[in-house]
Design a protein around this ligand. Structure first.
Ligand code: NAD
Ligand code: MG
Length: 407
């Protein structure tokens, strides 16, 4: 059975929802905290994690009266301990402390760390058979089969937080899984939707960080500008809902009101809509299968007036071509694509490569690794992280050549 519960009765709602938030200081983490805050004591918070923002983590930990707070960066341990002194909250640091946070007795875990670094803690949470609200798409791209198999084998419930996948999950409720023929992920098109290829290739960090509709962390904002975000989301949908690649379409929809559509065999297409505010899909996951009051603006279609749609352009946005190649090749290639993209985005944000260098670096890494001939799909999280590590090294070695080309 798939870990995504397409049958509402598959898992009963736990009466007392005890929450852990992995990546609590980030954009999704803070939105989750906001919902917990508004719920006036309905949810108890067990553990929180962050990369290195000790001040914010300690503030949230005290406010929510959690039992355990952990930072990824071991150098921050003493500061975190100091910041929590006298509160009775336990402090932890390092990769093992992130896993420990995921293992603490919560029955609902938000996996909202960014990047493949989120894989091990998300696996640990899934291994406990609890509800995992999954925002971290990189973990599915890096090790989708491994993660979903592990979740199903341990009786975990995986709820998709990513707005498009949450929309598909909600829309799928309108029919039977076996009658589903296609899903459509919408994409805003990002800040360069109507830019020329030359403008896109030469875009600055400041231009790329200006998303027209969504306010998000830096990595995913750059991914939205390159459309690697949609590329990762195609792989995410592939694993979450056990779809074939040819069942997943992308539709550019600049207003970001329709988040996802599902087509059934009778040609009925069911869509989910809402204002672009991540607190809506997070609220859906937090209360699932019930509903709680959401704080997003109510949808006023008369005021919006028009919803428009365009076909995606794989020429200006090579990410859309590369993801198809990765899915056709299968094996380790999606893991390689994800790792190379993480390196490329970091190099772009550090101004070491140009915006046009991001897809070039991903493609060059995919080709270099294909020439090395190690293309076996990862059979465990460690194998996935090993491929991820090798791909990062290859990408880091290739990056300076692209920097030279760009100058
Ligand atoms: P963010 O950068 O705002 O926050 C990331 C969080 O993870 C922070 O708490 C940070 O401290 C922590 N973190 C980062 N690197 C870490 C590491 N190496 N080890 C441990 N902790 C680390 O990111 P975000 O925008 O909140 O996105 C989080 C995840 O959710 C990403 O996978 C993203 O693709 C996905 N997502 C985000 C949105 C959104 O609207 N922001 C929408 C859909 C999916
Ligand atoms: Mg999304």
């Amino acid at each position: 059975m798939n870990a995504v519960p397409l049958n509402k009765n598959q898992h009963a709602l736990t009466k007392d929802r005890v929450v852990t938030i992995l990546g609590a200081t980030g954009s999704i983490g803070q939105s989750t905290v906001d919902l917990v805050r508004r719920s006036s004591g309905k949810f108890r918070v067990e553990a929180l994690t962050a990369h290195s923002n000790v001040g914010e983590l300690a503030k949230l930990a005290r406010e929510l009266n959690v039992k355990f707070a952990a930072v990824a960066d071991e150098k921050c341990y003493a500061d975190l301990k100091d910041a929590l002194a006298g509160s009775g909250i336990e402090a932890g640091a390092g990769e093992s402390a992130l896993v420990e946070a995921a293992l603490r007795p919560a029955n609902w875990v938000m996996a909202a760390m960014s990047g493949a670094a989120g894989l091990k803690p998300a696996m640990a949470a899934a291994g406990r058979g609890v509800v995992v609200a999954l925002a971290n798409k990189e973990c599915l791209v890096c090790a989708g089969e491994v993660f979903m198999r592990h979740a199903a084998a341990n009786g975990a419930t995986v709820l998709p937080v990513d707005s498009e996948h949450n929309a598909l999950f909600q829309a799928m409720g309108a029919g039977r899984r076996e009658d589903l023929v296609r899903v459509i992920l919408t994409a805003s098109g990002g800040p360069f939707r109507s830019a020329t290829l030359a403008q896109i290739e030469n875009a600055t960090v400041e231009q790329a960080l200006k998303h027209p509709n969504w306010s998000m962390g830096r990595k995913i904002t750059i991914d939205s500008a390159t459309m690697f975000n949609k590329a990762l989301e195609i792989i995410e949908a592939y694993h979450l809902f056990e779809l074939r690649a040819d069942q997943i379409d992308v539709l550019v929809h600049p207003q970001s009101i329709i988040h996802g559509l599902v087509e059934f065999s009778d040609r009925s297409v069911v869509a989910q809509m809402g204002a672009p505010d991540m607190r809506t899909p997070i609220a859906h996951c937090l209360a699932w299968p019930e509903r709680i009051d959401g704080p997003a603006n109510r949808l006023d279609l008369a005021q919006i007036g028009q919803l428009t749609f365009e076909a995606p352009d794989p020429v200006r946005f090579p990410a859309l071509r590369l993801v198809q190649e990765a899915l056709v090749a299968g094996g380790a290639v999606p893991t390689i694509l994800n790792a190379a993209n993480e390196v490329a985005v970091a190099a772009f944000l550090d101004r070491k490569i140009g915006f046009g260098g991001i897809p070039l670096l991903v493609e060059a890494t995919m080709s270099a690794m294909a020439r090395q001939g190690n293309n076996k799909a990862p059979a465990s999280a460690d194998e996935a992280l090993n491929i991820d590590y090798n791909a990062r090294n290859v990408a880091a070695t290739l990056a300076p050549q692209l920097a030279l080309k760009a100058s």
